[in-house]
Write a protein that binds this ligand. Structure first.
Ligand code: F6P
Length: 347
């Protein structure tokens, strides 16, 4: 059996841990051959692969990024794309593709299985944690850790200068990173895409703190949160209108807009920090290394068991196989109850 692994979408700490685990189990336990596909689905369209052996995956467990490379290529957006994937798989002798990605990459894996019978197995990756079917995706814990550390650091400088600090974090249409890092870092207000909060309400939290003698505030805002004004205007702030092959615009800039509005309304000096790709870079936390390793081991077991069109998923303490099409059906957003827990500490 020839197994090929690809990474699609934004990179994420833990990708190499998955590659290592899949490769080791496939070679060691089952005697399969393993290949790496370069740059996501683009590598399958261009027949760009290389062999993976035990040495190729040693010493990569703790490394951030991906030794395979990644892209946001969508074969369904290319003329004859799926047919090219099939032809290249046949020519390269690939029997199974283990696709490691978020909803876009795994959506392609699901369609290739359902519509073309291609043997695919999925592994859930994204710092955004917005994938259904699994309790958590790997990479998320690292992103939350990085954001929490940033909030901790901003606290001391905010206090020294009596400022409001706005921190913009990633997450696309889900506020997971904002809510979790906000709870962990003791944010004084959090804006997410899920819960509409006006700029004026955020300013009320800042003013409440001032009235209590607190000279600084930390506001965490998720990149996909709407900027809503009491007067009724609302907008999602985007960095670029250009859409990728999955139809996503580039988000970014809500922090700046919010910071300006807070300064204007409250009169407090305000600074904005955009964490950006720092949240995706560097070494994974131990939790992500473990989760990614467990996902990789399960993916290899699923290959052995011919569980095509399925994804390794965390369910409680167990790693289980779930349907890929179910997992990509809708984004997993932050439950209201969790947001409400964070809200108790606002102001
Ligand atoms: O999907 C992960 C993610 O980090 C999102 O949170 C963010 O909007 C996006 O990727 C940014 O990706 P890039 O700048 O790499 O296109």
């Amino acid at each position: 059996m020839n197994v090929a692994i690809l990474n699609g979408g934004g990179d994420c700490p833990g990708l190499n841990a998955v590659t290592r685990a899949v490769t080791r189990v496939c070679i060691h336990e089952y005697g399969y051959k393993v290949m790496g596909i370069r740059n996501g689905w683009r590598g399958l369209l261009e027949a760009d692969v290389f062999p993976l052996d035990l040495n190729a995956v040693s010493d990569i467990l703790i490394r951030g990024g991906t030794i395979l490379g990644t892209s946001r290529t969508n074969p369904f957006k290319k003329e004859g794309g799926p047919e090219r994937v099939i032809a290249n798989m046949r020519d390269l002798g690939i029997d199974v593709v283990v696709a490691v990605g978020g909803d876009d990459t795994l959506g392609v894996a699901s369609r290739l299985y359902k519509e073309y019978g291609i043997h695919t197995v999925g592994v859930p990756k994204t710092i955004d944690n917005d994938l259904s079917g699994t309790d958590y995706t790997f990479g998320f814990d690292t992103a939350v850790q990085i954001a929490t550390e940033a909030i901790d650091r901003l606290h001391t400088t905010a206090e020294s200068h009596s400022r409001v600090m706005v921190v913009e974090v990633m997450g696309r249409t889900a506020g997971w990173i904002a809510v979790m890092s906000g709870i962990a870092g003791g944010a004084d207000a959090i804006l997410t895409p899920e819960v509409p909060v006006t700029v004026e309400e955020i300013c009320d939290f800042v003013n409440q703190r001032t009235a209590r003698g607190k000279n600084f505030s930390i506001v965490v805002v998720s990149e996909g949160a709407k900027l809503i004004r009491k007067a009724g205007e609302e907008k999602v702030v985007i960095a670029s209108k250009e859409v990728d092959e999955f139809g996503h615009v580039r988000l970014g800039g809500v922090g700046d807009a919010l910071g300006k509005a807070i300064e204007k309304i409250t009169g407090h000096e305000t600074r904005v920090t955009v964490l950006g790709h720092i949240q995706r870079g560097g070494t994974p936390t131990s939790r992500d290394r473990i989760l990614a390793t467990r996902f990789g081991v399960k993916a290899a077991e699923m290959v052995k068991a011919s569980q095509w069109g399925m994804m390794a998923a965390l369910k409680g303490d167990d790693i289980e196989a779930v349907s890929l099409s179910e997992a990509v059906r809708e984004n997993k957003t932050v439950p209201r109850k969790l947001y409400d827990t964070a809200h108790i500490f606002f102001g």
